[in-house]
Design a protein around this ligand. Structure first.
Ligand SMILES: Cc1cc2nc3c(=O)[nH]c(=O)nc-3n(C[C@H](O)[C@H](O)[C@H](O)COP(=O)(O)OP(=O)(O)OC[C@H]3O[C@@H](n4cnc5c(N)ncnc54)[C@H](O)[C@@H]3O)c2cc1C
Length: 383
């Protein structure tokens, strides 16, 4: 963190200790392999179990279900340390899916899936978006027709993170084709190993976040046990998504602030070393002013984010504040990183420089998990 005198109010000795061990793990086990992950367009398979052993997965789930027994502070630490190291690893999705199962799963579902997710023996994905339905989730078409003790799933999903290795997919489907809109939607937990009719498409070629896979999924008469319906009652999927999306948005806000802080830190180092006109770039007033602006924006973002985390920990964070956090902090992240690219000059446009990758990686933050336009709708509804 570039603000030495400020520490998040949710930190305590135990959280600090957890941060030290997560940082050590990420620097030693993940950071050195980033070039390979980027080339493969996905993390190493072994990264999942390693992350599980190191306590990075499901840090905020109860120990009873194999989780770390922590709270959102621990989850935030994991996301911050990954962002700080420039590592894109889908453990936020793993946590998100685990929270769906924790909130709505039957006891049997929780015991069956959560410990394996925590150990990284299973990789989770959440599949809502379709080629014809992103922001407008009510318009999804993937169907699940009941047939005895199974659902028969047909349709396709797109832009699904972790999909290449996912063996547990939390899938939004229409269980009632006759009902239009949200009431016909349910969530099915699909165990994909050797599942007939299930196919993962190619890894989509993105402009950033190359170390993490994003794929299409295809379902052709796929039989899923009816017992895998999340919560056991049809038609609750849309409400479940609306309840859980704020958690995902707060995760994104955490990553946004951490990566903005990291951009300021590494750009400060760069402009103090790089010389032009016989002196370090930092000696130019414009450079100092731009960095001061970036630093101020990152710090204001940090303080707002921390207030959201504290309220979230107390169970008092309302949806509009989560939407504000997701919207404003990701816009701020992109603004800061863009300014930092400028301060790097031509090197800021070279992929081998972290700031260039951060620029490309950060752009999607304003789009996924509910675009920032949708966030503004949510904020406006609260007015
Ligand atoms: C890298 C990446 C990873 C992703 N991971 C996942 C994942 O793991 N699981 C998953 O389910 N999805 C995932 N997504 C999908 C993502 O959530 C959607 O792309 C996003 O919700 C937007 O949907 P869309 O792409 O269909 O855009 P559209 O809904 O077509 O929107 C296009 C534009 O129109 C705007 N717009 C739409 N409706 C309104 C409105 N009412 N008012 C004003 N403006 C509006 C949007 O804000 C956007 O700017 C991922 C996407 C990317 C790029």
């Amino acid at each position: 963190m570039h603000q030495p005198r400020y520490e998040s109010p949710w930190a305590n000795d135990e959280v600090r200790m957890f941060r030290r061990s997560v940082r050590q793990f990420v620097e030693k086990e993940f950071a050195p392999h980033q070039a390979r992950w980027r080339e493969a367009r996905a993390p190493d398979a072994a990264a999942w179990t390693a992350a599980g052993r190191a306590g990075l997965l499901l840090a905020d789930l109860p120990e009873d279900y194999g989780g770390g027994g922590g709270n959102f502070a621990h989850e935030a630490v994991v996301l911050e340390e990954l962002a700080r190291a420039g590592v894109h690893f889908g453990c936020a999705i793993q946590s998100t899916v685990a929270h769906y199962i924790l909130a709505y799963g039957t006891e049997e579902q929780k015991r069956k899936w959560l410990p394996r997710l925590a150990r990284g023996e299973r990789v989770a994905a959440i599949a809502m978006t379709e080629p014809g339905a992103g922001s407008d989730l009510q318009a999804i078409k993937t169907s699940a027709r009941r047939d005895g003790e199974h659902y028969v799933v047909n349709g396709s999903k797109t832009f699904i993170t972790n999909a290449a290795r996912a063996d547990l997919v939390c899938l939004a489907v229409k269980t009632d084709a006759k009902v239009t809109g949200m009431r016909g939607i349910s969530l099915l937990v699909v165990e994909t190993t050797e599942l007939a009719g299930y196919r993962v498409g190619r890894a989509l070629e993105k402009i950033g976040m190359h170390g993490q896979d994003t794929c299409e999924l295809f379902f052709d008469e796929v039989r899923v046990p009816a017992a895998n319906l999340l919560g056991g009652v049809e038609g609750r999927g849309f409400a479940q998504m609306m309840e859980q999306l704020p958690y995902e948005r707060l995760q994104i806000a955490v990553g946004a602030v951490a990566s903005a802080e990291q951009a300021v830190a590494l750009t400060t180092r760069y402009v103090k070393e790089r010389k032009a006109f016989g002196k370090p770039l930092f000696d130019q007033q414009n450079t100092r002013f731009k960095l001061a602006e970036c630093s101020a924006q990152a710090h204001i973002g940090r303080v707002f984010l921390d207030s959201c985390i504290v309220r979230f920990l107390a169970g008092q964070l309302e949806e509009a504040s989560t939407a504000i956090a997701k919207y404003w902090l990701t816009e701020t992240q992109c603004r800061i990183i863009d300014e930092c690219v400028q301060l790097h000059g031509g090197y800021g446009y070279m992929s081998e420089y972290p700031i260039a990758r951060m620029w490309a990686d950060s752009r999607v933050q304003r789009i996924y998990a509910g675009s920032n336009e949708i966030m503004k709708e949510l904020i406006a509804w609260s007015l």
